[in-house]
Design a protein around this ligand. Structure first.
Ligand code: URA
Ligand code: CA
Length: 434
């Protein structure tokens, strides 16, 4: 088989066989096939697309390129959740204890943040003492005993995806639905989940800014789940403004604790209940979404979900007292107000700009080696649609010495659009695809 023919076939809109795809992925990982040929192929895929079956072949090849986590020693079906990337997306911190409190085992592997999006591992590390590294044995034991564990990724999962993603990043081929779908589903399947819930974002803060493209992506991933025997549900949700009010590490831990106490922002609570219900359904723990939501609501109201977070933190060596007293979390030396330049209505809050601004305050990394200021970030005081007066506080900037305050304020100026008219109503949770 020649790589030239594989590229030519896709350029002409032909369907790949499983053999063609595994030849390509194996050859790329072993460096027998060079970057320039894989670049040309990725561009052909960008224009010609791939159907559900080809995308499933690609996903399998990506999974087979590295290790697979074996979660079969755990009793009970496991459900993983994945978001296609957001700003201030605090859902994992809420969902892990919430779903675990409802009896679902949650072995969660998470990543660190890079660029304008945050990572769950960094957020958890802002809790004093908390460890995210443990052996496989300790990880599974904690899930059996406590119901959930959250660790950083150590195994060599999907090396083909790492190479392919870096290549796509510099060849304008990231935003291709089959390439995104196989990248995400490959990682989830290698991570060992029996069933998968996806939060597919659309809007200014998302990869797929248009609803129809995001819907296609969601359908493709649900289709891959079917082909590969992993029950998969996808929610299509709006990410044109940041989720909740907090963006930053210890700020989002605080926000998660508030939400688990029933005092969180409405959008975050709603999304967590919907995603959690989809997790219960996908894992076969609940026959329907309404029943699942009311069970999760009970776990919130009774305080069980919040108590579960304290147990997880304690099991990982962290200061569990933060759940009762968020004052034990790191807090910033300085808090600056950002005020509205005009009166009117908040027409839009650009999630990407807010994410970048939080990063410049110290909450994120530009490169993998950068150090994070756990206490830095942005607290939004308004949401889309709110009426505001001139000089009203729109946001609070939490920062320390490392912050580039001037640049962050410039980004905030561009992030808030203020209009004479209230914006049209919009659906925050757009659809469920199964
Ligand atoms: N997230 C991923 O993991 N992969 C992609 O290709 C895009 C977003
Ligand atoms: Ca948030």
């Amino acid at each position: 088989m020649k790589m030239y023919d594989i590229i030519h076939n896709k350029r002409e809109g032909k369907k790949h066989s499983a053999e063609e795809i595994s030849h390509l992925i194996e050859g790329y990982v072993s460096e027998e096939i060079p970057d320039y040929q894989v670049s040309a192929w990725a561009m052909a895929v960008y224009f010609q697309g791939m159907d559900a079956e080809e995308t499933a072949f690609l996903t399998e090849a990506v999974v087979n390129s590295g290790d697979r986590i074996d979660l079969s020693p755990l009793s009970g079906t496991t459900v993983d959740k994945h978001s296609t990337g957001g700003v201030g997306d605090t859902t994992t911190l809420v969902l892990v204890p919430l779903v675990a409190a409802a009896g679902v085992p949650v072995p969660k592997m998470s990543g660190r943040g890079l660029g304008h999006t945050g990572g769950t591992i960094d957020k958890l590390e802002s809790i004093p003492g908390l460890e995210v590294e443990m052996s496989r044995r300790e990880f599974l034991d904690q899930v059996e005993k406590v119901g959930a564990a959250v660790v950083g990724q150590t195994a060599n999962l999907t090396p083909a995806d790492k190479k392919l993603y870096s290549l796509r990043d510099v060849t304008a081929t990231v935003d291709s639905p089959p390439l995104i779908a196989s990248s995400i589903m490959g990682k989830k399947i290698a991570g060992g989940a029996d069933s998968i819930v996806l939060d597919v974002k659309t809007g200014s803060g998302a990869f797929m800014q248009k609803i129809e493209a995001a819907r296609k992506l969601a359908e493709l991933m649900v289709g891959i789940g079917k082909e590969l025997d992993r029950k998969t549900l996808a929610l299509l949700t709006d990410m044109s403004q940041p989720l909740g009010r907090m963006v930053g590490n210890s700020l989002e831990v605080k926000e998660a604790i508030k939400t688990l106490s029933g005092e969180g922002p409405e959008d975050l609570e709603k999304l967590c209940l919907e995603l959690g219900a989809a997790m219960l359904k996908a894992g076969g723990y609940s026959p329907d979404l309404d029943e699942a939501q009311s069970r999760l609501q009970d776990q919130l109201n009774s305080g069980n979900a919040r108590q579960k977070l304290a147990e997880i933190i304690a099991a990982q060596g962290g200061e569990a007292g933060v759940v009762e007293d968020t004052g034990l979390l790191p807090s910033a030396e300085n808090v600056e107000s950002y005020r509205s330049p005009a009166g009117g209505y908040i027409a839009d809050i650009d999630a990407r700009r807010i994410g970048r601004a939080a990063m410049l305050l110290g909450a994120g990394r530009e490169t993998k080696e950068d150090e994070i200021d756990y206490s830095a970030g942005i607290e939004l005081m308004v949401s889309r649609g709110d009426p505001v007066d001139e000089d009203q506080m729109l946001a609070r900037l939490h920062h320390g010495k490392k912050a580039d305050l001037e640049e962050a304020e410039k980004l905030l100026k561009g992030a808030f659009s203020i209009s004479g008219q209230p914006p049209a109503n919009f659906d925050f949770i757009i659809d469920l695809i199964e």
